[in-house]
Design a protein. Structure first.
Length: 210
């Protein structure tokens, strides 16, 4: 099956699944408890230096997505669309460096950060509030660093992940949550309750992403 055909099939299945779930009642999740400010990932700092327009943003009041059938379908569509459109490739194989590189998929390739950043951008372009779309750093099932997108809604916190087309409550991922962007300011990162990320001497958390 061609990559384009696979994308349309995947999108169709997600639309069908999302509509069925919405018609039977919207999903619910809990709200993650976050702590105080923590170190900013090196990749975000580097991304901001190359894409200053993406990071020179005003501080805004916290705001959650109002979850209804339409927004749930949109979230499922974007998650499946991006997962199908990007060819997975490691940071080193892609950029030829061990330094963490965050970017948009300008060449159609990338690792977890590229997926999450692009989902965030497409959702913002569709009118979702920036304050509800939070880049998030976790440890995956094998203890490796992994980036995902948290969507804060009035029904709880949900996760958009490049490893699955299923949007899950944050507690259903099996991940260890370390840090995410502040709702008010995307350039401020906050820890999760109980998380203790390792911080380098430069004050930037070093995580080797898969």
């Amino acid at each position: 099956m061609s990559r384009i055909a696979a994308f349309f099939l995947s999108a169709a299945l997600v639309f069908a699944g999302g509509a069925a779930e919405a018609s039977g009642g919207l999903p619910t999740s809990s709200f993650a408890v976050v702590g105080g400010e923590t170190s900013i990932p090196y990749g975000w700092i580097d991304f901001c230096q190359r894409q200053p327009q993406e990071c020179s943003q005003p501080v805004l009041p916290s705001r959650d997505v109002k979850l209804d059938a339409a927004t749930w379908r949109a979230l499922n569509h974007i998650n499946a669309q991006v997962n199908a459109a990007i060819e997975p490739v490691s940071n080193y194989d892609h950029w030829g460096t061990m330094l963490d590189h965050w970017d948009y998929p300008t060449d159609g390739k990338g690792d977890c950060k590229i997926y999450a950043l692009y989902k965030r951008k497409l959702l913002i372009d569709r009118g979702f509030p920036r304050q509800a779309l939070l880049m998030t750093i976790v440890r995956d099932h094998e203890g490796e660093g992994h980036a995902i997108l948290t969507v804060k809604t009035d029904h709880g916190d949900f996760i958009l992940d490049n490893l699955t087309n299923k949007i899950r409550p944050w507690t259903a991922t099996g991940y260890r949550f370390l840090k995410r962007q502040s709702q008010e300011d995307p350039n401020v990162w906050v820890s999760f309750a109980g998380a203790a990320p390792v911080v380098s001497r430069a004050g930037v958390a070093r995580i080797n992403y898969r």
